[in-house]
Structure formats: C-alpha cells, structure tokens
Design a protein around this ligand. Structure first.
Ligand code: MLT
Length: 262
C-alpha cells in the first residue's frame, strides 16, 4: 500500500480526493472531539465548511435532536450549542443527537473529503482503531493533516506526528508492504523524534500553546491520551458515524455515561 501525507488541507481540491481512501487528522481538537462525541452516543456528525452552511442545515433538521458544535479561534461560535472542547461532548449533552460541526480546519478537511471511497477520522485517542481500519482496507491511503490557520503558518506538528505514529504502526506489521511518499517518510521521522512524549509535544506546539493561553490546557491531556477512545468514526453517506465492528465486542453492560470519556 502507498501512504501519502498532506500537511494542510488548504491546498486540497475535493475532486482530487474523490474515490480515495482517506484519514483526516486534527489532533487539536476536531478529530478528538468527534471520537468522544460518537463514543458518548452522538448519532452522527455533519462536518460543514462554513458557519453559514451550519445555520442553513440546522434550520432544515429537527431542532430537538440537532446541535451545532464548533469553534472559531478555538472558542465557541455565537449561537452554537457546543464549542470544540472534547469535554463538552458528554453523554448527557450529545447522546442521540445529530451534531452539525464547523471548525476552522478540521471540519473543512472532512467536508472536502466527503467524496472519498473510504474516510475515517483519526487522532491519538483512537489511533489503533484507525491503523486496524487501514490494514483491513489494505489499499493506498491519503492521510490529511488538517493543519491550522495561524499567524505562524498552517503546519500542525501534532497532526504530522500522529500521521507518523500511524505509519510506524503499519511498518511494525510485517504482513503488509508499505511504500511511503517523502511526506509520509518525513512524518515518520517526526514521530520517531517527537512521539515519545505527547504531553510535551502538545504543550509546546503552536496550537497547543494557543489553546492553553485561552484556557483549554485540560484539552491537551485528553487529546494526547493514546487509544483512550477506541472508536472508528467513518464517512457514511455525507455524515460521520461510528463504525460498529461486528467482531469487536461492545461492552453493553456499562452505559456510555458510566464509560463516559471526558
Ligand atoms: C481546527 O479545526 O482548526 C481545530 O480543531 C481548532 C480548535 O479546536 O481549536
């Protein structure tokens, strides 16, 4: 399988992504938030590219089962129900709900990828589920790092390290042949150099520092907790849903609230 990594969704054209196998990564915080929301019972996530789209779509869906979630500059959007902190997406808040999701970079990358053949949403919190998914499909994959819109440019070190960790896990599996593009190889090197301490990485990267400065330091711990939310958010039609693995025994004895991740 060929693995390529795109370091920012800004230059991507949705037609280029048609019929591709895609993983979208936005460690801080959209991919993490989506995994937590679906794990806590959200029915589906509808990623949109603009606030206007979010308002238009929520107007046509049934209000009581639809929430608007997302951020601009890391903070909740006026008129939205939820921001983009994974800690807001509790069982109480999201169980059974459809969530129209609008963030600066993550939901834009997901929206651009809506014509993919296969699309999953990956982060550190569900990285093993993502790697199993890649193995199961066993085809060429495009890993899209959402990047960031910041004063210091739009490369997200944390997203690239997460991509590198995925690639490293694939390389550990001798049953598959992995051919890496230069950007995939660069991501692997970044992981091997910086992946040993995710707390330090997330505290020192551009967006991690910004989030801590505006009061979201707690989110960094959640976003850096490897396999703490072992779910597989995948594209289902035009929305993101949980792929329920028939082979994976889902512990129904404990309600999501008791299992509730942050
Ligand atoms: C993004 O989409 O750029 C991030 O998720 C923004 C954030 O949550 O701060």
């Amino acid at each position: 399988m060929k693995i390529d990594v795109t370091f920012s969704s800004g230059q991507l054209d949705e037609l280029q992504l048609r019929d591709r196998n895609i993983i979208v990564i936005d460690v801080l915080r959209s991919s993490t938030t989506i995994a937590v929301a679906l794990h806590n019972g959200a029915r589906e996530i509808i990623p949109v590219a603009s606030i206007e789209s979010a308002v238009k779509i929520s107007g046509s869906l049934f209000g009581e089962v639809t929430l608007r979630g997302g951020e601009r500059n890391g903070k909740i959007i006026d008129g939205f129900n939820l921001g983009n902190s994974p800690r807001e997406y509790t069982f109480t808040n999201v169980n059974g709900k459809s969530i129209i999701f609008c963030t600066t970079n993550g939901s834009v990358a997901m929206h651009k990828s809506r014509y993919a053949r296969n699309l999953a949403i990956g982060s550190f919190v569900n990285i093993s589920a993502i790697v199993d998914y890649i193995r199961e499909i066993n085809g060429d994959f495009q890993i899209i790092c959402s990047g960031r819109a910041g004063a210091f440019g739009n490369f997200s070190l944390e997203d690239a390290v997460c991509a590198g960790m995925m690639i490293n896990k694939l390389l550990d599996d001798e049953s598959i042949q992995v051919d890496m593009s230069d950007s995939a190889r660069a991501s692997l090197l970044l992981y091997r150099n910086l992946g040993r301490s995710l707390p330090k990485l997330l505290k020192t990267c551009d967006h991690g520092q910004y989030l801590a400065d505006i009061g979201f330091a707690e989110d960094l711990k959640i976003c850096g907790s490897i396999d703490s939310v072992p779910v597989l958010p995948v594209l289902s039609g035009t929305v993101i849903k949980l792929k329920k693995e028939e082979s994976r025994q889902i512990d129904l004895s404990v309600t999501p609230q008791e299992k509730q991740s942050p």
